[in-house]
Every structure is written in structure tokens, then in C-alpha cells.
Design a protein around this ligand. Structure first.
Ligand SMILES: [Ca+2]
Ligand SMILES: [Ca+2]
Ligand SMILES: [Ca+2]
Ligand SMILES: [Ca+2]
Length: 367
């Protein structure tokens, strides 16, 4: 009895758990009144060509629809009408529309667009007497759409209302239009943003050591998939006994000896990140000496002047140095603007001190 109950629970869970890919809209009976049924926008009404099935990825990860099969009936008399080509992905909350045939004229909300051009009967969606079935790439039935449960002659699509979560209604029951391939029923687009699935961080040289005083190390990130809509990352300094800064391009600048983790994080809301541990040695300043004064330098790079923004009014001394640490000029007291117009193009250091606190800021002269 317990075993049967467990089995029942797992079956119920399988039925109630929403699939990532869903059928959101089906046009099996385009209107034959003038061009009212011209869903593919090519200026010609054609029952077979203008039929379509709109799928939506209801999950929060990119969906690989490669190899999915559209059958015009799930019975023994049904036929395989279309196989989604390899490399077809649908973004989270994005749509994929398979039309009977092209040409497809319009933007269709930026959805993934396909057409079943391979035979003259295309998707062969009948007004009644069939259950449209979708098999996944392994050949297992995963989605169904029974037009018999609906009107035999709607002259418009059936769509979920609300989109994605609702039951199927005739499209014009919800709006003034007869169908909305690639968009929500109100015409607004689904998402077209593919999300980041992984990030890996590496050193461009292969070395993870910085062993020269105030030396730097260039890191890079590999973001996958290659078609992710926002490939950018944000670099930050993580935990570790050492001390370093990292700029927006992944350039790590050493400050104090010890190991330190550098992190690259996705910017598309997926919170995916990777980190790499850097070993810093041979620095002139120890971490005990280095306590941030919370000074910000801008702009960086700069051409003629750099500006310093600080909450600390007691900066005793600012030393302008070249990248090797050689002193160029000393400014006594709090200084908010420094003329760098006389410097040649290159990287420089500002060494700021206040009591026993020290901050080193690296900046670039010239673009
Ligand atoms: Ca057409
Ligand atoms: Ca059929
Ligand atoms: Ca009709
Ligand atoms: Ca739609």
C-alpha cells in the first residue's frame, strides 16, 4: 500500500510539475476571409502555410529544443511533420514559433522562428479529429494539443490566457486580433535574452603569481553559452590574506603580499561567477600598513587633471610616483585636484598617507 501511494504521488507530481517548454498558442484554422488569416505575413492566405504552433520556454534557463518533433496526430495514423534543427535554443520566457511555411514577414516579437517547409502539407493541422503531439529529442511524447476539445472552425488561434499559465481560449476572446505568433496576446514580446550558464576565469599568461612590487596580472573570463545576451562580467576582489585591486577589465594590481581570490560575476541576473586565487609576493607595503583611506580618483584614464574624492579631511601627504615607484612630486596636505598635463602617457601611482594609514591608487595618463 505504501509503495502504491508513493507511486501515485510520483505520477501526480509528474503531471502537476510544469514542463519547461509549453505549447502557448496554436493556429490550426486560419480565417479564409481575405487576408485575415495571413499569420505568416507574406500577403497570401494559405490554410497550410499560415498555420503555426507557438511554444514558450517557461523555465529560467536556456532551453535546447534541438531534435524536438512535431506530429500532427498521436495515433497510429499520425505523421512526423517537423524536426526542430540542431542548435535551436529558446531563451527563458522566450518563444519559438513553427509556421506551416515561410516566407515569414514581420518581427514576431523577436521570437525564434521556424517553418515546416519540407512537404506541401507542412504541419497538416486539421480542424478536428487529431491530437497534435510533440516528442522530445529522445522520441518520448512530452506535449499534446487536442483540437477536438475546442471549436472545429474557430477561424482564429487558440491561446493560453493569460499567456504561459492560463487555459486555452479563442484569441479574439482576449483581444481584438485573431492570433499573436511570437508575442503575448496583447502584442508585447516575450523575452529574447539568452542567459549565462557558466563563467570560467583564467590568467592570460597561465601564471597566477604577481612577484614584482606593485605588479599586475591580466585575467580573462570565458562566458558560456557563446550566444548569451549579456556576456559582460563584473570583476571584484574576494577573500584572502593578500591585498589587490582589480579593474573593470580584469587587470589585477598587487598591493600587499599573500593570496587573494579574484571573482568575475555575471551581469544578467543569473548570479553565476567563477574565481581564481592569485599569489602576491615581493610587495614593499605590508597589509598592516595598507588601510584604505576610501579615496576615489576620477577620471581614470585622465588627460590633464585628476580629482580626488575623500571623506577623510586629514590626508597628510600625497606622493605622485611612476609605475616603478620613483617619486615625481609630493603634495602636502589634502589635495583635491592634481595637474598631470606635463606627464607622458602611461601608468602612474598615487601614494596617499594619513597618520599610519596608506592608500595606493593606480591611474592611467592618456587614453
Ligand atoms: Ca500567409
Ligand atoms: Ca493532420
Ligand atoms: Ca475555418
Ligand atoms: Ca502568442
Amino acid at each position: 500500500m505504501k509503495k502504491l501511494f508513493t507511486l501515485l504521488c510520483s505520477v501526480l507530481f509528474a503531471i502537476s510539475s510544469p514542463a519547461q517548454l509549453i505549447i502557448n498558442e496554436v493556429l490550426y484554422d486560419p480565417s479564409n476571409s481575405g487576408l485575415a488569416g495571413d499569420a505568416n505575413g507574406d500577403g497570401v492566405y494559405d490554410q497550410e502555410e499560415d498555420s503555426f504552433i507557438e511554444f514558450v520556454n517557461a523555465g529560467n534557463s536556456n532551453f535546447d529544443a534541438s531534435g524536438y518533433q512535431i506530429w500532427d496526430d498521436t495515433s497510429a495514423t499520425g505523421s512526423l511533420r517537423f524536426v526542430v534543427p540542431a542548435g535551436t535554443f529558446v531563451p527563458p520566457n522566450g518563444a519559438m514559433v513553427v509556421f506551416g511555411s515561410g516566407p515569414l514577414v514581420g518581427t514576431f516579437g523577436g521570437a525564434v522562428l521556424l517553418s515546416a517547409d519540407t512537404t506541401s502539407s507542412h504541419l497538416n493541422l486539421n480542424n478536428s479529429g487529431e491530437v497534435i503531439g510533440i516528442k522530445d529529442a529522445s522520441g518520448a511524447w512530452v506535449l499534446f494539443f487536442d483540437s477536438d476539445a475546442l471549436s472545429n472552425n474557430p477561424n482564429e488561434s487558440y491561446t493560453r490566457f493569460p499567456d504561459i499559465t492560463g487555459a486555452f481560449l479563442q484569441h479574439a476572446d482576449t483581444t481584438s486580433i485573431l492570433f499573436s505568433p511570437g508575442t503575448r496576446t496583447d502584442g508585447t514580446p516575450f523575452s529574447t535574452a539568452f542567459v549565462v550558464e557558466s563563467i570560467s576565469v583564467q590568467s592570460t599568461t597561465g601564471s597566477t603569481d604577481i612577484s614584482t612590487n606593485l605588479g599586475t596580472l591580466q585575467l580573462s573570463s570565458t562566458v558560456l553559452p557563446s550566444f548569451a545576451s549579456d556576456m559582460s562580467v563584473t570583476w571584484s576582489v574576494g577573500s584572502g590574506a593578500g591585498s589587490a585591486t582589480v579593474d573593470a577589465n580584469g587587470l589585477v594590481s598587487a598591493i600587499a603580499n599573500g593570496n587573494i581570490w579574484i571573482v568575475a560575476s555575471s551581469n544578467d541576473g543569473t548570479n553565476i561567477s567563477d574565481s581564481i586565487e592569485i599569489t602576491i609576493t615581493n610587495q614593499a607595503f605590508s597589509l598592516e600598513e595598507f588601510t584604505s583611506l576610501n579615496v576615489e580618483l576620477y577620471p581614470n584614464p585622465a588627460e590633464n587633471y585628476i580629482h580626488l574624492k575623500t571623506a577623510n579631511k586629514n590626508i597628510d601627504e600625497i606622493r605622485l610616483m611612476d609605475i616603478s615607484g620613483a617619486l615625481i612630486q609630493t603634495y602636502i596636505g589634502r589635495t583635491e585636484e592634481i595637474d598631470i598635463s606635463h606627464l607622458s602617457k602611461g601608468t602612474y601611482l598615487l601614494h596617499l598617507s594619513s597618520g599610519n594609514k596608506v592608500q595606493i591608487i593606480r591611474f592611467q595618463k592618456g587614453l
